[in-house]
Design a protein around this ligand. Sequence first.
Ligand SMILES: [Zn+2]
Ligand SMILES: [Zn+2]
Length: 164
Amino acid sequence: MSENSVYHDYDVPQNLEFKTIDIVRMGGLKCSCLLDAKYLDGLFEAPNRIIQVAVELSFSVASNEILVQGRVNGKREVQCARCLKMTTQDFEEEFLETYSNKQEIIDIMYVVRQTLALSEEIRFLCKPDCKGLCPMCGQDLNVAPCHCEPENLSPFAALKGKFK
Ligand SMILES: [Zn+2]
Ligand SMILES: [Zn+2]
């Protein structure tokens, strides 16, 4: 983050659990770090996954509370809900949280995980007009049409195809 930060020597805890007393003593903190992927395991529904996350944090100390501004950015891999193709995309999210300075630990990992979980697109499409896969033969219809009979394309067609 800021190259001029007075606190650039502060050792950012890998699990992002900051001791409130440290933050108060320093009168605030600006820091950034790359997150170890093990903290993000299972956050997205497979096969979607987070590949890389960097976190930037700014702690401001007020009389009774600590304000934390955070920016989370990185790369994730998501699957198209129609054609099942995997796409790698960049993302960036921000959050703003207030903590009482009476609590012992400021658990930023919790907020980061929550922010990332909320950012997951439930039905991601590789493009708005993705044609998807043929439910009968599995052909990617974005690439080429298939020769299945159109009348077979009922909601049950996919099932029928499986038990042939
Ligand atoms: Zn698609
Ligand atoms: Zn087909």
